[in-house]
Ligand binder design. Structure first.
Ligand code: KIV
Length: 286
């Protein structure tokens, strides 16, 4: 049965850690659901991982909607969160509600996530929550704010910066977020955020004390190798397996080892084959 936000909250209450992975397509989502993942994020990391951009900035809503819809088709029973891309919510409350609503209405996501903190972001959170949509906050290393952060760097590395993150988390909770994702902070900062809030706190590179762990699926299976953050644990090397398969295929085609007509080709009854030979001879003579 499909997990609801209440199931996720109950898991946190029971002390059961939440497993959380990104997905951007039907096939990956299908395998994640089969494996029993608790939640899927259709992240705007789509930009790097699937679309080949050098950041998440160029990703547009239509791309997110299309990919989130395919993820929903692959994982019909999983709690899915759509990630609001750059400039889909910053401009106005109306625009934020409209784009958040598209994730729910067109892609059948269960919730949305947006990056950032501060009064303006809290205002957007209140507006989207007011429209009846579940919002996950995202603080710490927030890729859409890379320019202001001075690069993709771990955050909360001074006592003051760490405390600011705790305050941001509290404000996002007050604004109505049902959960917060904390990215790229020291483990003690993840712990402090968890201890100073009452909603589910998920982490990606935020240590082990938070309620659950997110990782970019293509990092943990060794598929995306342009850049691998320090906090990634790699469970297999799909990139190597896939490349080897492609190389073997190319070699088979070049050396006429594929296809084998006894295995990989359609058959015709002998009687039809004989008639066909006759027909070919007859037509050739004309
Ligand atoms: O887009 C994404 O996948 C994310 C995670 C990296 C946190 O926001």
């Amino acid at each position: 049965m499909k997990k609801s936000v209440n199931d996720i909250r109950q898991m946190v209450k029971d002390g059961e850690k939440i497993s959380f992975l990104t997905s951007y397509d039907y096939l990956t989502a299908k395998y994640e659901e089969r494996a029993g993942i608790d939640m899927i994020l259709v992240g705007d990391s789509l930009g790097n991982v699937e679309l080949g951009y050098d950041s998440t900035i160029p990703v547009i809503m239509d791309e997110m909607i299309s990919h989130a819809s395919s993820v929903r088709r692959g994982a019909p029973n999983t709690f899915i969160i759509g990630d609001m891309p750059y400039m889909s919510y910053q401009i106005s409350n109306e625009m934020a509600i409209m784009n958040a609503g598209r994730f729910i209405k067109e892609s059948r996501c269960d919730a949305i996530k947006l990056e950032g903190a501060g009064e303006q972001i809290c205002e957007r959170v209140r507006a989207i929550v007011g429209a009846g949509i579940l919002v996950m906050g995202h603080i710490g290393l927030t890729p859409q704010f890379t320019a202001q952060l001075g690069g993709l760097k771990a955050q909360g590395k001074t006592a003051e910066a760490a405390w600011r993150l705790v305050e941001e988390a509290r404000k996002l909770e007050e604004a109505g977020c049902w959960a917060i994702l904390v990215e790229g902070v020291p483990a003690i900062v993840g712990k402090a955020i968890k201890e100073n809030t009452t909603i589910p706190i998920l982490g990606i590179g935020a240590g082990s004390h938070v309620d659950g762990q997110l990782i970019i699926y293509a990092d943990m299976i060794g598929y995306y190798d342009d850049f691998t953050p320090k906090f990634v644990k790699q469970y297999c090397n799909v990139g190597e397996i896939v490349q080897k398969a492609f190389e073997e295929y190319i070699s088979d085609v070049k050396e006429c080892q594929f296809p084998d007509d006894n295995v990989h080709a359609y058959k015709i009854k002998q009687e039809e084959a004989d008639r066909f030979e006759e027909l070919l001879k007859e037509k050739k003579g004309k």
